[in-house]
Design a binder for this molecule. Structure first.
Ligand code: FFO
Ligand code: ATP
Length: 208
């Protein structure tokens, strides 16, 4: 796809991604706490309506930071049902791992800016193999399943080798989902596509 001006170069995908991240992060800061809570409940309801979630006894869900699409209502609802919830665990540096959710009081931000994490046993990267649905954060998603993340490549690595039958569901705000008539997101070869996107407005199946 060529949408840049003749005689100029299209930006390298990593530069295009960095610019998008900056503008989306900034736009996210404007939502009030009350609005964020309301949107998190809408996201919860859409995720709980997924057929695979109804069946699941183990799912993976990120623990949202303040301005991300909120997951705490979802996590609490799943926990009340007795579903095991694998939450990302960073370890030293950005080491990938998981721990089981054990209640809201155990979900703590270990350093400023870091996602909240549970304190339980540190499970290795392949623990994700137990999950029947994987819910991931996205700064933006397009209709072909390209996901823009926070830029650490954490989820791209974590999702590598996941059974392709396990649905990967990205949560994003409505304006961050680019429909089929909009410009696709920049994509690199390591980017792992997502199967569905959920915004507070509803669920969309994506064409990989
Ligand atoms: N909620 C949530 N959990 C997630 C991700 C995510 O995007 N969102 N990740 C998606 O890949 C992985 C880890 N992502 C991380 C994101 C930020 C920092 C962090 O410490 N950031 C800064 C502070 C930045 C800021 O203030 O904005 C720091 O290094 O201090 C670490 C890991 C796994 N868990
Ligand atoms: N599977 C992988 N193996 C090695 N390096 C990777 C892999 N996936 C991503 N990376 C590296 O991680 C960095 C960030 O990747 P990218 O911009 O796609 O992150 P992201 O998907 O937005 O972030 P995240 O997954 O943490 O939410 C890049 O420099 C990329 O080279």
């Amino acid at each position: 796809m060529s949408t840049h001006h003749p005689g100029t170069r299209a930006p390298a995908p990593e530069d295009a991604k960095a610019q998008l991240r900056t503008s989306i992060r900034k736009a996210r800061l404007h939502r009030s706490e009350r609005r964020r809570a309301e949107l998190a409940e809408q996201l919860r309801d859409h995720v709980l309506a997924l057929p695979e979630i109804v069946q699941a006894d183990c799912v993976s869900v990120y623990a949202s930071r303040t301005h991300e699409p909120g997951t705490l209502p979802l996590i609490e609802a799943l926990h009340e049902r007795g579903v095991r919830i694998l939450v990302p665990r960073l370890g030293d540096g950005l080491q990938r791992g998981w721990s089981l959710y054990q209640g809201a009081e155990d979900l703590i931000e270990r350093a400023p800016g870091r996602p909240p994490e549970p304190s339980g046993e540190f499970l290795p990267p392949d623990a994700i193999g137990d999950a029947q649905v994987v819910v991931v954060p996205a700064l933006a998603v397009d209709s072909t399943g390209t996901r823009l993340g926070q830029g650490g490549g954490w989820y791209d690595r974590a999702l590598e080798g996941l059974d392709p039958r396990v649905p990967i569901v990205a949560l994003t705000f409505a304006a961050e989902f680019r429909g089929p008539d909009e410009l696709a997101l920049p994509r690199e070869s390591h980017d792992v596509g997502v199967h569905r996107v959920i915004t507070p407005e509803g669920t969309t199946a994506l064409t990989a």
